[in-house]
Structures are given as C-alpha cells and as structure tokens.
Design a protein around this ligand. Structure first.
Ligand code: FES
Ligand SMILES: [Fe+2]
Length: 385
C-alpha cells in the first residue's frame, strides 16, 4: 500500500490556488477583499487573494474596482499609477484603463491601437463596509452575498487582520464553539458562555451550514456558516464596549491571501439606535484613541509563541483575536488534517469537511456541483446564552 492510499483526504482541502479543485470551488463565490474605509477615493493599492495579485482602487465617483495587477503594455504594477475620474492610468507610459478593462488612452501610440488592448477587471461590490470581488467564470452570483442583519442598529467595522496560516483552519475554528471556554478564558471576555460546554450539531443548508450549540440549560445557540468562508454569530461585546449595545451580531470572513496566509474581515451590526447609538460611538472613539497604547496583534502572538509572554497573562484590546491567532496559526501554516483525533465537539468541523470534500471531489472528477443559494434574510443567529 502506498502512503497515499492511507491518506484520509484524497483532495487538498486547504488549497485555493488557481486551477485546483479548492481554487475553483472558492471562485464560485463573492470574496471579501478589502475594508471599505481603508480605500480612499483616488487611491490604488496592491492586494493578494487566493495566491494571485491584483490592483484595487476607488474611482472619483466612489466606486471600488478590482483590476489585474500588471499593465498589459509592459507589465508595470498598476497600483503605482493614478486614478483619473473613473479610470486608472499606468505610471510607466501612461496607458489608461476604465473599470470595464477598456484601454482608453495611449499617449505615445497611434490612434486606434488602444482598441486592441484591454486589462482584466473583476466584478466588484460593497456591502456592510467590505469590498467584495468575483474571480470566477461567467456571471457572478447574487449581490450582496449575504443579507444585512435586520432591525435597527449601526454597522460597525473592525479593521481586517492578516493571520499567518491557511484560511480553512480559521473557518473550522468558527465551527468550534467549545474552544471559547478555554482559548478565551484568560481575560474573561467570553466568561458568560464558558460556564457549560455545548453539544454541537450541524446541518447543511442550500447556502452553507447551520450549527447548533445546545447547553445544559436547554438553551441552543444558532450560528450561520455562509459558504465558502463566512460565519454569522452573536458574540460578547468587543473589548471596552460592554454596557452599551448588548451582544453584536458579527460576520467574520476568512479570505485566503495564499495557501499560507489569510485575512480576517469583520463587520457587525450592533443593535443600538438614537441616544444609545451616540453613547456607543463615544465609547468606541475612546477605545480608538487608546489604540496606540497597545502592540500590534502579531507582535504579541509571536511573543506568546516564543515563550516570551505567558498566554494566560496577556491583555490587549483585541485579546480574542490575539488568542485565536495564537492557537489557530499555532497549528502550523496548514493544519495537519491527516493526524488528528476528531471528537464529538468537532461535529461542526466534520460536517463542513464532508461538504467541502464532496464538492472538491466533484470538481476534481468533472461531476456536477451543488448550486449554492443566497442566504435568506429570515435565517438568523440565536444567542442561546
Ligand atoms: S507598462 Fe503600463 S503603460 Fe507601459
Ligand atoms: Fe475564538
């Protein structure tokens, strides 16, 4: 028997590189690529998504657009160039492109040559403070990819963070409610749900997976996992924000940067309005003004990994994130799924892997895939704690 025959997974679950089954799977969906508020008008930037490089910019009218990384003329990086109105001009020889990819100007060329040239652009949209792009073939699916939580409230963004590991172990962690009682015990932010451990069950839906965490009290927490990489869940108030707004409804998205890095995008609906909302923003601004007092998340994580800091003693405004990255990226750049002992508490992870494996195998074998639906607005998370 070859060593391959002993493998638990016959397709690579973790890769999303172009051309791989995982890469084709992911490219059927809208992918979160950037924080909206970090992309000012007139600015172009480089981004790396699923192992490929792109340019992102915001036009003068305020539209976000994802474009190929390099200029088709002689390959200069497009993000070095200038946004002019609704177009982006290459800094090397001034060729200019619009959002549909048409070349509209070539200052040193014969008129008409521009019609022979185009740059690839990707469908781009914004929802709940995040920029999404579609990298697949043909028409993109419905936009927005998931509904905004209903009811009065404010959309609150948390700046995205890069984690030095594959996206799938982070997405899997979002299905692992039991880790909360241990990983997030230091600092006490999650103390309320750490009291008794839930029994996890999960079921596939036409838009992803619904997961339930039943506690001894009989209360059941419902969490939504939107295919292919997003979770929608009630979470305890963010650091320093307790006492106002209750538990926010968080949507956390794990976007592959490449196979060894991912970016966590977080947007939330905080159910506050009127005077309560004012109070919320005041408190939030106070927290922001203190941000400089704290070290970057990855610096703290690196000190935890090297033993310089004791995990239990660490305090930080983004403590939950420090703790999550320390354990999840601590599993290695790509978690070793061939050597694990999955247990009852991993029921959510097992259920998602079964779905992913089925879809990736279908792609690898050229068989029909599931037709994913857009999640409906009336399926919501339940706090259950
Ligand atoms: S490389 Fe872009 S205009 Fe020449
Ligand atoms: Fe966590």
């Amino acid at each position: 028997m070859s060593s391959d025959a002993k493998k638990r997974y016959d397709v690579d679950l973790a890769t999303t590189l172009p051309g791989t089954p995982g890469g084709k799977f992911m490219r059927q969906f809208w992918i979160a690529v950037h924080d909206s508020d970090d992309l000012p008008v007139g600015r172009a930037k480089p981004i790396r998504i699923m192992g490929e490089d792109f340019t992102i910019f915001r036009t003068q009218s305020g539209a976000a657009q994802v474009m190929a990384q390099r200029c088709p003329h002689r390959g200069a990086p497009m993000h070095l160039g200038w946004v002019e109105g609704e177009e982006l001009r290459c800094v090397y020889h001034g060729w200019k492109f619009d959002c549909s990819g048409r070349c509209t100007e070539q200052p040193a060329e014969e008129p008409g040559y521009n019609e022979k040239v185009s740059i690839k652009t990707y469908p781009t949209g914004e929802h709940m403070g995040l920029v999404f792009a579609y990298f697949g073939e043909g028409e993109p699916p419905h936009f927005p990819p998931f509904p905004e939580p209903e009811g009065e409230g404010v959309i609150e963004m948390r700046p995205s963070t890069e984690a030095p590991c594959n996206y799938l172990q982070c997405y899997e962690n979002s299905m692992d409610e039991v880790h909360v009682a241990f990983t997030h015990a230091p600092g006490g932010s999650h103390a309320k749900i750490a009291q008794d451990l839930p029994i996890i069950t999960a079921e596939e839906t036409d838009w992803g997976m619904m997961r339930y965490g039943r506690r001894k009290t009989g209360e059941v927490r419902h969490t939504l996992h939107y295919a292919p990489n997003a979770v929608r869940v009630f979470v305890p108030p963010f650091f320093g924000m307790d006492g106002v707004g209750g538990w926010p409804e968080l949507i956390l998205i794990f976007t592959p940067v490449d196979d060894h890095n991912c970016r966590w995008f977080a947007t939330s609906k905080v159910h506050v309005s009127g005077a309560e909302a004012e109070k919320y923003w005041t408190k939030r601004r106070e927290m922001e003004s203190r941000a400089g007092e704290f070290r970057p998340v990855m610096d703290v994580v690196n000190d935890i990994w090297s033993g310089k800091l004791v995990y239990e003693d660490v305090r930080h405004p983004q403590l939950a994130r420090v703790q999550d990255i320390a354990v999840q990226a601590g599993q290695g750049r790509i978690a070793d799924r061939e050597n694990e002992f999955l247990g009852r508490s991993d029921a959510g992870i097992v259920a998602w892997r079964r779905i992913l494996l089925r879809e990736l195998r279908a792609i690898a074998n050229g068989q029909p895939q599931k037709k994913w639906a857009t999640p409906p607005a009336d399926v919501k998370p339940v706090m259950g704690a």
